[in-house]
Design a protein around this ligand. Structure first.
Ligand code: ZN
Length: 317
């Protein structure tokens, strides 16, 4: 992990560990009906992925690899928001006002259809009022969890979770294809207004401590890329809740480093923040000290369909 240089644009090919290569290969020949997405170049490159199941790699010895393989669960339509909501991203507490966020939101009107981000098998479909899926009962309301034939780099099975639904169109045990409709957006459970809560979990679909940042798994989108990085003190310890400002000539976004122990970085990227859906451009990345002075500044390039990693070390956290 120490091999990172400060600011690297890392792209080492997509995906990773595949149990279901047939599923992956299908992607390249099939139009994504619900979203109308084009398969990304990276997905095409994966069509020849080896069919053998790979053993769980030693994560200390492998390089970071992008694994942006999931579709957006919302239809690509001018009336709908298929962008990840930036006000409450993964790992955010909205400055202490809310519980730490273990997923991301797609904020859309009630009744908006919700689609499977990838093919798989439904492992749970129903209300979480009798089974603990979140921090408390009746947290996600009507919820669907799909098991995918995808593994994380650490060799753990990947699941996606769709919460606060208004209704559910699938049943447990049912196989789903890419972009099968799972239900509709609602506000069941603990929800401030209608939206889709979208989560990614590894290994145990019922354990809310096993989430990862779904943005690191969603396909790069519409010629955009992503900045992720670490915010650490000089001893290498993560600094929680630090504002990282990302600016281009046209975009200005603030993101806060992950807040709290429930949030899990990708085992290989080991990131503390992520900001996706950035148009390809040069970005100034700025962190201020508590006294308001510039504690870190640099310019990084975001390329379409790529992840740019920024390693921020602060002398004075
Ligand atoms: Zn949420």
């Amino acid at each position: 992990m120490q091999s990172f240089r400060r600011m690297q644009v890392l792209y080492l090919g997509l995906v990773i560990v595949l149990l279901g290569v047939a599923v992956q290969s299908q992607d390249t020949s099939q139009t994504n009906i619900a979203s109308g997405l084009q398969a990304s170049p990276a997905t095409d490159a994966n069509a020849d992925a080896p069919s053998a199941t790979l053993a769980a790699p030693d994560i200390d010895t492998i390089e970071p690899v992008e694994h942006n393989v999931l579709h957006r669960p919302i239809e690509l339509s001018g009336d709908l928001t298929h962008w990840v909501d930036r006000s409450y991203p993964y790992g955010s507490t909205q400055h202490g006002a809310r519980a730490v966020h273990l997923g991301v939101e797609f904020v859309n009107p009630r009744h908006t259809p919700v689609y499977a981000a990838k093919s798989g098998v439904v492992v749970f479909a129903g209300a979480d009022d009798e089974i603990l899926i979140g921090p408390q009962l009746d947290y996600y309301g009507l919820v669907v969890i799909v098991a995918h034939q995808i593994e994380s780099l650490a060799g753990r099975q990947v699941f996606t979770l769709y919460g606060h639904l208004e209704d559910i169109s699938v049943a447990a045990g049912q196989s789903v294809e890419d972009l099968t409709r799972l239900g509709h957006i609602g506000s069941s459970g603990v929800a401030l207004g209608p939206h889709l809560h979208f989560e990614l979990r590894v290994e145990d679909p019922y354990d809310f401590r096993m989430t990862r940042n779904p943005e690191l798994w969603l396909q790069h989108y519409l010629d955009r890329g992503m900045i992720i990085g670490r915010v650490r003190d000089q001893a290498g310890a993560p600094i929680y809740g630090k504002r990282v400002s990302v600016r281009s000539d046209t975009i200005s976004r603030d993101v806060y480093s992950y807040e709290g122990e429930l949030v899990n970085p990708d085992p290989v990227w080991d990131e503390d923040f992520a900001v996706g859906d950035l148009p390809a451009d040069d970005y100034q990345v700025i962190v201020l000290s508590d006294a308001g002075k510039i504690a870190f500044v640099d310019v990084v390039a975001v390329e379409a369909y790529r992840t740019t990693f920024v390693d921020i070390v602060l002398a004075d956290a």
